[in-house]
Design a protein around this ligand. Structure first.
Ligand code: MG
Length: 258
């Protein structure tokens, strides 16, 4: 069952999203060579709690971190720790915030100093595919239109969409129905209706789409060791079109520095 949200409820989710955006922008200012992912995690947790909110991932199914930090060939679910960012790394940061019982979820991949042309293309293409997906989050469209927009853009660029992981509905719970694959056919799937809130999250590799799970049983890598990127927004389907509830791009420093 898909739980639709009223305009008032969407505003409350947007309030969680605002805290998330501020957290992401705080981290954008800290990502540089020599910083550990644990330091980023601590800064994020401290800030989120200072806003009267909670990090949604902390303790979720036993996850030890407040955010997920996934460098290079790691796609998602990286546990923050002693890993020190190196010049030329890419780092995917996924943040969940709970405020007033409502959850917002978003991710972006940062570049750590200058990166290779293929890494730059990977980040740019993944982010672009997310914006193309946002444009499809409209009443009258179907879920397959969202999925297809992502797949087409990514594959046209010669990159691969991860198929084993999907986006999701979101609201009072971080994971609600529907599941949102990042590949599919247009004009298929459920019709999008006013009040649906979707966490759309393309995960893209520079190689093949197959994944492997790390020894910590959390981290997920590209199986072939190729670089991976992850961009995610929480998006509401409203009567006035798509509304991004985690708009880190509007703060000015949220774009991928590719
Ligand atoms: Mg998500």
């Amino acid at each position: 069952m898909i739980i639709k949200k009223s305009p008032q409820e969407i505003d409350r989710m947007a309030a969680a999203g605002t805290i998330l955006v501020k957290t992401m922008n705080l981290l954008a200012g800290k990502v540089r060579p020599g910083v550990t992912t644990r330091e980023l995690d601590e800064a994020a947790e401290k800030f989120i709690r200072s806003q009267g909110a909670e990090p949604a991932f902390k303790g979720y199914r036993g996850f030890p971190g407040s955010i997920c930090t996934s460098p290079n060939s790691m796609i998602v679910h990286g546990i923050p720790g002693p890993y020190k960012l190196g010049r030329g790394d890419i780092l995917s940061v996924d943040i969940g915030v709970i405020r007033d019982g409502w959850v917002a979820d978003a991710a972006r991949t940062f570049s750590v100093g200058p990166i290779t042309p293929i890494a730059s293309k990977l980040l740019r293409t993944t982010e672009e595919s997310l914006y193309l997906a946002v444009e499809q989050c409209r009443v009258g469209n179907r879920l397959g239109d969202v999925s297809h927009a992502i797949q087409e853009h990514v594959e046209d660029a010669g990159l691969s969409i991860v198929r084993a992981l999907v986006g999701h509905g979101i609201g009072r719970s971080m994971h609600e129905e529907p599941q949102i694959p990042n590949y599919g056919d247009p004009n298929t799937g459920i019709p999008l209706e006013e009040g649906m809130v979707l966490a759309v999250e393309p995960m893209v590799t520079a190689g093949r789409h197959a994944i492997r799970v790390g020894e910590d049983h959390w981290s997920i890598y590209s199986q072939d060791g190729s670089l991976a990127a992850h961009f995610e927004f929480t998006i509401a389907v409203t009567a006035n079109g798509p509304r991004i509830l985690t708009p880190w791009h509007e703060a000015g420093n949220g774009r991928a520095a590719a």
